[in-house]
Design a protein around this ligand. Structure first.
Ligand SMILES: CC(C)(COP(=O)(O)OP(=O)(O)OC[C@H]1O[C@@H](n2cnc3c(N)ncnc32)[C@H](O)[C@@H]1OP(=O)(O)O)[C@@H](O)C(=O)NCCC(=O)NCCS
Length: 157
């Protein structure tokens, strides 16, 4: 069975807050990126880098003292890249509400060899209908990216 999922938990402390008492969005994004790196690196048994983040949405603010749970899952593999679905939940421990979705995103990671060049990733096993649906949606994003990639490079040059 492939190891394609991972969960990271962290209590949010005041050193990550802004003056309003909410946690900086960048701190949450860093956690998202760290979890995506960990799941992808373990899956590839090697180094990976973040190439792209798609559809990043902050759904709710995170407050000091909240327990944040970052769930990551590899949902697609290309040749040397893979896509990680990320959802982060925030739990206001003292309030006793159900954890709420605070962030969602799709992150593309690229596997690198010892010389820092893209290298092939293990092909993803699809185990059920939900995974087949996630793979198909990710394949759609991958295909659109391939088509728009050249134009994106022109935009920044
Ligand atoms: C990501 C990176 C290794 C790609 O290198 P490259 O020479 O463009 O590689 P290629 O064109 O051969 O593409 C390799 C794979 O990456 C994917 N890829 C490259 N750029 C991408 C982008 N911007 N978005 C999504 N996928 C991308 C390609 O689709 C390809 O996937 P596939 O093999 O599954 O089809 C390179 O752009 C890089 O090092 N970027 C910086 C990454 C980094 O430092 N991240 C941390 C930020 S602090």
């Amino acid at each position: 069975m492939q190891q394609k999922e991972l969960v990271l938990n962290e209590i949010m402390l005041p050193n990550k807050a802004n003056w309003a008492g909410n946690i900086h969005g960048g701190e949450i994004m860093k956690m998202m990126d760290s979890a995506a790196f960990a799941v992808a690196s373990r899956y590839c048994r090697g180094n990976v880098v973040t190439a792209r983040v798609d559809e990043l949405i902050f759904h709710q603010p995170v407050k000091v003292g909240d327990l944040v749970t970052c769930n990551v899952k590899i949902i697609f593999t290309g040749k040397t890249s893979l896509e990680v679905k990320t959802t982060i939940l925030g739990d206001e421990l003292k309030e006793g509400h159900s954890p709420m979705l605070v962030l969602s995103a799709f992150i593309t990671m690229v596997a690198l060899d010892r010389n820092g060049k893209p290298t092939s990733v293990p092909e993803l096993e699809i185990n059920d209908d939900q995974e087949a649906k996630e793979f198909a949606n990710a394949l759609n994003r991958y295909t659109l990216r391939k088509k728009s990639g050249k134009r994106a490079k022109e935009l920044v040059n």
